[in-house]
Design a protein around this ligand. Structure first.
Ligand SMILES: Cc1cc2nc3c(=O)[nH]c(=O)nc-3n(C[C@H](O)[C@H](O)[C@H](O)COP(=O)(O)OP(=O)(O)OC[C@H]3O[C@@H](n4cnc5c(N)ncnc54)[C@H](O)[C@@H]3O)c2cc1C
Length: 449
């Protein structure tokens, strides 16, 4: 039985550990924080299990808005000036990936393959972990002031239809009947019945990790820093607590995966799209079905911990301090959307959070073998859809790692899809690193990014 080390216990690592166990592997989960804890994007996301989230963030014409992204630090998508030079190559790829409708459709097809049926997969996993109540399947709703705003997003809805998404269109009256506490300014909705949500993503991840441990996985509280690779085979994962001997490894460290990918021979254009949530404890009002208001660009979901609104994209890197004004924008929009919520909400009832979406420029995850050795698989870059896509992604990663036929075409998620330029750059950077620090070939470690 070979020994697989899964690096990172967010939703992607947790699901991958369970798949590997099912495939008969001995599994160790490496995670420096509490599984499902606040350090992970998997803790604070919007809770949506949305098989229709197939539209990548970059769409045709987005380039015209870049000056606005730089000028308005509090807009729904903002780029910090100080980070702009660093993020420029990623941004160019990001804009290019959504340059034409045909490109967006191609991405949507690849995402749909990963997402379709996901709420049922999550329901089964949660049931097995003894937390079946955390997954609800009552649909997801996009709400608009009127049909005109819905029609203004015609391209996105056209592409959704082309990849098989169906929805019900609700009039103002129908919306009111379904959502009596919602502000009257919303007069049109698109309800996607196949959608679901998780009532507490942090608790869900923690339960999945507990299930993995109950099935024999070992959990080690440590941070991976690199790999020991000899003659093209993985021998150990290096950590801040020493080596962990391993035959296989999965890099599932979310937005922190880039340095580990580099240690496995690949330069990948992974960025953090920082996002925020505001959560009102014991809310006086809220939605029955999770909502996405078109004028707020955020998800609004009733969770076990409170009424959560999540959204915003801030490009500022992993290290910059959170800008809590962004979470306050979300909170204020939520208050305007539900008149039953008190205007004078005490700060103690509102919890703010910031996390890192691990994002590739084309909106597709990076799933596939590392350049240095096929014993290491990349499993990161799930961007805006990591929660919903984790079960299928985990299955694909397991099949790739074990050399089995894959049930999905792995091509669209290939870590090398970004071309030879980056690979060449990667090789020269690794070479330069080795020359400078004299690290023996096949063994180099990095502390943190
Ligand atoms: C505001 C917001 C809203 C979102 N809404 C949704 C949504 O509604 N639906 C959806 O599907 N997705 C959503 N997402 C995206 C989703 O949350 C992420 O794509 C997903 O959680 C990524 O999971 P992950 O396991 O790859 O990374 P993470 O959850 O970040 O987990 C990575 C783990 O790796 C650990 N780690 C880091 N470095 C190391 C190391 N060197 N060694 C070992 N471990 C390490 C970290 O401690 C962490 O626990 C949202 C994200 C944000 C920020």
């Amino acid at each position: 039985m070979s020994h697989a080390v899964v690096i990172g216990a967010g939703i992607v690592g947790a699901c991958t550990a369970l798949e590997l166990l099912k495939a008969g592997q001995r599994v160790t989960l490496l995670e420096p924080g509490p599984p499902g804890g606040e350090q992970a994007a998997s803790y604070g996301n919007g809770c949506w299990l949305s098989p229709m989230s197939v539209i990548p963030p970059s769409m045709p014409g987005l380039w015209k808005k870049v000056p606005g992204f730089l000028a308005d630090p509090l807009g729904p998508l903002a780029i910090r000036w100080s980070y702009f030079p660093r993020v420029l190559p990623w941004l160019v790829r990001y804009l290019a990936s959504g340059w034409t409708e045909a490109r967006v459709l191609k991405t949507a097809q690849a995402l749909r393959a990963m997402l379709v049926g996901a709420p049922a997969l999550h329901a089964a996993l949660a049931e097995e972990a003894g937390v079946g109540h955390l997954i609800e399947r009552r649909g997801l709703m996009y709400i608009y002031p009127s049909r005109a705003e819905f029609e203004a997003e015609a391209m996105a809805w056209r592409i959704r239809r082309q990849v098989g998404v169906q929805w019900l269109e609700l009039s103002a009256d129908e919306l009111r009947q379904r959502e009596p506490e919602l502000d009257r300014r919303y007069g049109f909705a698109a309800l996607v019945e196949e959608g679901g949500h998780c009532r507490d993503p942090g608790a869900y991840v923690a339960a999945l990790v507990q299930l993995a441990e109950a099935q024999g996985a070992r959990r080690v509280t440590a941070r991976a820093t690199g790999f020991r690779i000899e003659a093209g085979r993985l021998r150990a994962v290096l950590t801040d607590q020493g080596e962990v001997a391993a035959d296989k490894a999965v890099i599932a460290a979310g937005a922190h995966s880039r340095v580990l990918a580099a240690a496995a021979g690949d330069t990948v254009p992974l960025e953090t799209e920082r996002g925020y949530h505001a959560m009102i404890e014991a809310p006086e009002a809220g939605p029955r079905t999770p909502l996405m208001p078109s004028d707020g660009k955020m998800s609004v979901t009733m969770t076990d911990r409170g009424l959560r609104c999540a959204g915003q994209v801030e490009i500022a890197g992993l290290a910059a301090a959170p800008d809590w004004r962004r979470a306050e924008i979300l909170r204020d929009h939520l208050l305007r959307s539900f008149p039953g919520l008190p205007r004078d909400l005490p700060a103690s009832r509102v919890k703010l959070w910031m996390g890192h979406r691990p994002s590739m420029p084309d909106g597709l995850p990076c799933l596939g073998p590392a350049r240095a050795t096929g014993d290491i698989i990349h499993a990161f870059g799930h961007g805006h859809v990591g929660l919903v896509s984790a079960p299928r992604s985990a299955r694909l990663v397991t099949q790739l790692l074990l050399g089995q036929p894959t049930e999905l075409d792995a091509g669209p998620y290939d870590p090398r899809r970004f071309g030879y330029f980056l690979l060449a750059l990667s090789r020269s950077r690794c070479h330069a690193f080795r020359q400078r620090f004299g690290t023996p070939l096949g063994r180099w470690s990095l502390d943190t990014d």
